[in-house]
Write a protein that binds this ligand. Structure first.
Ligand SMILES: C[C@H](N)C(=O)N[C@@H](CCCCN)C(=O)O
Length: 461
């Protein structure tokens, strides 16, 4: 009898890279919306009367439902229990719904003059929309991480995760670079226009995810026998597995490193355009172009460093180097006399290297510490810890700016607006970097003790 060796769909390089591209596109649209208002902080002030503190509240609303209603953790449990397709579809739909609410909030006039819970009603509804969207984009993020592990385990996993992050950064770069021109297009300033563009992108992203679902089904069908075999060996995910994750020291080091490192990058990006205007004297119409260099650098470097991790290993060391660079950049940003825009550009480029090193090694390291059946929950718990930072830090920076950093007023776009000294916020970001470095070293020591293989290559054989 001739025995045929049945191949899984994931053995086809074309299939797995196509699957990656499709889900990465959906995430890219999500990242575009995440930062779409960051470069127009000044326009939000002149058009919608949002102060820096209001903007801080808006940015922090990203974590309201994820953190306080533990939606992210629920999303991770649903992912491990119900699977990739249903969770991903729900998450992508939430992104669209949240963005639609936000678009309505920033484009309508029916809320003018009203307040809800002490907030201007327009700001309140923009926050609700952003909070709903955030549940979607975060749960989609952990779903996509699990998708990548599913297709790429034992293969080019870190390169694939790097590629996904790279495409996500294209979304961020577009938001930083094109939000202002979109808002100013057609001769009339309209801050809702970039949000509308994001909404259209997200609808296309939803369709893309539905296409992915067909591929996912085919992958499962191609592995039907293997899956049966796995189920008989491995129990399904149980709620008690959460305890196993939370008692794992290595997982904690990654989660804390993650919150500290990302707190010094994403919240920084939210204020980076304003920093360029206030500290480096860049015209606000083009100031978003300098922070845009950061995600552009990531696009090339994250897959490159991922490739190095795949082939050579050294994951924990890569995270240490990334944390070191982060400290150097923020410390130099806080030096008052360094106020030439060329220095700003160089520092942003170095920050881009740091922000490629750490994510390229951090995310592919999680499956080395936690088994696949608990991976959705493990990623969601890391994201949950991280979301405390993504929510709290912009709020903190907005508050610090309003309370301690106002230096005067100036005329922009025909409106009097405050000017700010960014030294204190940059010192706060430097502090996060220092703590991140400590946890990167602790992670490396734990890896040595437990033999997780963080310093070993990902590609088997
Ligand atoms: C913001 C989100 N929670 C996050 O941390 N995203 C990471 C990418 C994680 C994807 C891992 N496959 C980022 O660096 O954007």
């Amino acid at each position: 009898m001739v025995e045929t060796v049945r191949k899984s769909l994931r053995d086809s390089a074309a299939a797995r890279w196509t699957a990656l591209l499709i889900v990465s596109f959906t995430m890219m649209c999500g990242y575009f919306l995440t930062d779409v208002l960051s470069p127009i902080v000044g326009l939000l002030e002149s058009q919608l009367n949002w102060t820096r503190a209001d903007y801080g509240v808006y940015t922090s609303s990203y974590g309201w439902f994820n953190v306080f209603l533990v939606m992210l953790i629920l999303g991770g449990i649903i992912l491990d229990k119900l699977g990739i397709r249903i969770t991903g579809l729900g998450a992508t739909a939430l992104m669209v719904i949240g963005t639609a609410i936000k678009y309505w909030a920033v484009s309508t006039h029916v809320l003018d003059g009203e307040t809800i819970m002490g907030l201007n009603a327009q700001l309140f509804w923009a926050c609700i929309g952003f909070a709903v969207f955030a549940v979607g984009v975060e749960v989609a993020g952990i779903t996509v991480s699990k998708i990548i592990v599913k297709w790429f385990k034992g293969k080019e996993m870190a390169t694939a995760m790097g590629m996904q992050v790279a495409l996500a950064r294209v979304g961020t770069a577009f938001a930083l670079g094109f939000s202002v021109p979109i808002a100013r297009a057609l001769g009339v300033i309209d801050v809702s226009r970039p949000v509308l563009v994001a909404l259209i992108g997200l609808c296309i992203g939803l369709i893309a995810f539905i296409v992915y679902m067909v591929m996912d089904k085919k992958l499962d069908a191609s592995e039907a026998n293997d899956v049966q075999a796995e189920i008989s060996h491995e129990d399904e995910f149980k709620i008690s597995d959460i305890g196993k994750i939370l008692t794992n020291k290595g997982w904690w080091y990654i989660a804390i490193l993650c919150v500290l490192f990302y707190s010094a990058v994403f919240p920084f990006l939210k204020y980076a355009t304003d920093l360029m205007v206030n500290k480096f004297g860049v015209d606000q119409n083009i100031a978003g172009l300098i922070p845009m260099l950061l995600p552009f650098g990531n696009i090339l470097l994250t897959p490159l460093f991922g490739g190095i991790y795949d082939r050579k290993g050294k994951g924990a060391s890569i995270m240490i180097i990334g944390s070191l660079l982060l400290i150097v950049v923020h410390a130099l940003f806080s030096v008052q006399m360094l106020n030439n825009w060329i220095i700003a550009m160089i520092l942003v480029i170095i920050l881009g290297v740091a922000f490629s090193l750490v994510p390229s090694a951090m995310w592919p390291s999680v499956p080395k510490i936690v088994p696949e059946k608990r991976l959705g929950t493990a990623y969601s718990l890391i994201f949950w810890v991280q979301n405390w930072g993504l929510m709290g830090v912009p709020l903190l920076i907005g508050w610090v700016l309003e309370k301690y950093c106002i230096t005067g007023q100036t005329m922009r776009d025909g409106m009097m607006v405050n000017t700010y000294d960014y030294t204190l916020p940059m010192l706060i970001f430097t502090g996060f970097g220092l703590l991140a470095l400590v946890f990167a070293f602790l992670l490396k020591a734990e890896d040595k003790k437990k033999g997780y293989g963080l310093e070993s290559p990902n590609i088997e054989g």
